[in-house]
Design a protein around this ligand. Structure first.
Ligand code: GAP
Length: 557
């Protein structure tokens, strides 16, 4: 919530505003009138906020307290989402294995990203480059000489971290604000040898980002896919960085996955999609606010571009697009903000750089970067590889395409966002309910025979077989129905389908909704279609079948 000053007929009035989700968009609405005096308005706002927080914590279906990163890590291990890699040997810092549910969730997340960015657009194609490539790629890109950090250790508390070499003088310990001791420069690229005979082998690198092969392969991709500016090339894949101190579960890993886009234009080409940003509001934390120690402000993205806060229309557009992707998949918009890089952070060739940040339990942290790389990378490869990277503009003039925006997102960090924002402790059920969007949920449905007798299990197994042609289904036949509901609520299964006595007679089954516990009856023959509509959120749950009256009180979503 935030205070907004409104000018009406020349006079100033203060209102308490709240950001809300309206369909797919984020809008702000007035919650209360706070009067004409700024100080009184601030006092009133505090009281109202306290009252609303109390109501929030009183609601039995909401989170009781924020989950810490360690608690989430424990939950993920217990339920089979993520484990420390090779844990029986003590694990290895910064390396993680994804368990049976984790791999499904991660694949769903990547599939959703690929569909939204490539399949649903005309101007984007994807590639899948090699993890190890000719090392000259990394010399041309500047990674060998400049991808360098300085290792530092706090002189007082011993905290180990890395800092940018330009910020070494001013850097203070993140934990206790004391001075750091410089432990020297290091390059976080992992090296390896290509070729089994030592004398003939060449030194190569595990890629530290997916982006570079998009540049190295640029001419082939552009030609194969007959792309004309503006267009983008995307890639999802593993990246490796020998981080000095991997920490905070999967937030900072040594092996991770990136989902990256390089979006190319001819110089100064305006963004034809800028109007789409008019409906998107987000917390903005620009350079000025950071310099003057001011709080971030909820702003409309179109307005931030018009006012010159976000320097390019393309940046405003891509921040809106990426924010929209998270919100459409159920993330909480109030946990996001767009932060502008300060002059010290920005690369010398970048016009403007922003990060989409998320409010993790350990604080606001980078989730996704939006750099403007200009024509730096293509020029570097053109010069090093002696390969022409130019295209022709509409006047037949040659130009090297500019990367006007590089949205770059880590899969593991996106996964954390969806886990944090969907994790609820339901006091009524006295259980965890993972309210993952059905498109992300590892299992789309669970099927239960009400009792483990052949006539019930036979019908349940037939339904499982039919549904498995399209969906990942959990067949669960042991324990009480209540226990089976609880098990599936915990792992985010949105729909539980029960075969009961009535089903044997009328070939109808009960579907229970995870978030409300409402139940409906649906014909076996319509199950596949009903599930499809529910997962795609094309129908309301209560409109998908005949409502069942149960003794258990339903829960509001
Ligand atoms: N090609 C640009 C690039 O790689 P970056 O800011 O270094 O930029 C982009 O990384 C994103 O990759 C980050 O915003 C983050 O989501 C993810 N990422 C970077 N390092 C990571 C690490 N060690 N562990 C997990 N994710 C990481």
């Amino acid at each position: 919530m935030f205070i907004a000053k409104k000018k009406i007929a020349g006079k100033e009035y203060y209102y308490l505003q709240q950001s809300i989700r309206a369909g797919d968009k984020i809008k702000s609405k007035s919650v209360a009138y706070l009067g004409k005096n700024k100080q009184e308005a601030e006092k009133k706002a505090k009281t109202i906020q306290k009252q609303m927080e109390k109501k929030f914590t009183d609601d039995t279906t909401l989170k009781t307290k924020p989950l810490s990163i360690e608690e989430l890590a424990n939950f993920c291990k217990r339920k089979g989402f993520v484990y420390p890699s090779g844990e029986i040997y003590g694990g290895l810092g910064g390396f993680w294995d994804f368990g049976p549910l984790g791999v499904e969730l991660k694949n769903n997340l990547k599939r959703q990203w690929w569909s939204y960015h490539i399949h649903q657009r005309d101007d984007m194609v994807g590639i899948d480059g090699a993890i190890i490539t000719n090392p000259q790629v990394w010399e041309a890109s500047g990674h060998v000489s400049s991808f360098v950090d300085v290792a530092v250790v706090c002189k007082k508390c011993g905290y180990k971290t890395k800092v940018d070499k330009h910020e070494l003088e001013s850097a203070r310990c993140d934990k206790c604000k004391s001075e750091y001791e410089n432990k020297g420069e290091f390059n976080p690229m992992f090296t390896t040898q290509v070729g089994p005979i030592k004398e003939e082998a060449i030194k190569a690198y595990l890629r530290p980002e997916t982006a570079q092969l998009i540049f190295a392969d640029f001419k082939l991709i552009q030609d194969n896919a007959r792309l004309q500016v503006p267009f983008g090339i995307a890639q999802i894949g593993k990246s490796f960085r020998n981080e000095l101190s991997p920490r905070e579960f999967i937030f900072r890993c040594r092996e991770f996955e990136q989902m990256e886009i390089e979006y190319f234009i001819s110089p100064n080409l305006p963004c034809p999609y800028i109007e789409e940003t008019k409906t998107v509001d987000i917390l903005i934390y620009d350079q000025e606010m950071q310099k003057n120690k001011k709080e971030p402000q909820m702003m409309n993205l179109y307005q931030t571009f018009k006012k010159g806060i976000i320097k390019t229309d393309w940046h405003a557009y891509w921040i809106a697009q990426e924010f929209d992707w998270f919100i459409k998949l159920g993330a909480n918009p109030l946990n996001f903000r767009a932060r502008q890089h300060t002059a010290q952070e920005k690369s010398h060739y970048a016009v403007d750089t922003w990060d989409l940040e998320y409010k993790f339990p350990m604080g606001w942290r980078e989730l996704q970067g939006f750099a403007n790389r200009g024509n730096f990378d293509l020029t570097q490869h053109q010069n090093h590889a002696k390969t022409n990277m130019e295209l022709l503009d509409t006047n037949n003039k040659k130009f090297i395409p500019h990367v006007v925006c590089e949205p770059s997102l880590g899969v593991e960090r996106a996964l954390l966002v969806f886990l944090f924002d969907s994790y609820y402790h339901d006091q009524k059920r006295d259980n965890t309910v993972l309210k993952l969007h059905p498109k992300l949920a590892p299992y789309k449905a669970a099927v239960f025979p009400i009792i483990k007798q052949p006539q019930y299990t036979a019908l349940a197994e037939q339904i499982v077989k039919e549904l498995r042609e399209e969906y990942v289904i959990n067949y669960d036949k042991s324990g009480s129905i209540g226990r089976r509901y609880a098990r599936n609520d915990e792992i985010g299964t949105p729909y539980c389908i029960t075969v009961d006595e009535q089903s044997l007679k009328d070939k109808e089954v009960t579907i229970r909704d995870r978030d409300t516990t409402t139940q409906i009856r649906v014909a076996q023959a319509k199950l596949k279609e009903t599930l499809r509509k529910l997962i795609n959120q094309e129908i309301k749950f209560t409109d998908a079948g005949k409502k069942v009256v149960t003794r258990v009180k339903e829960i509001q979503p």
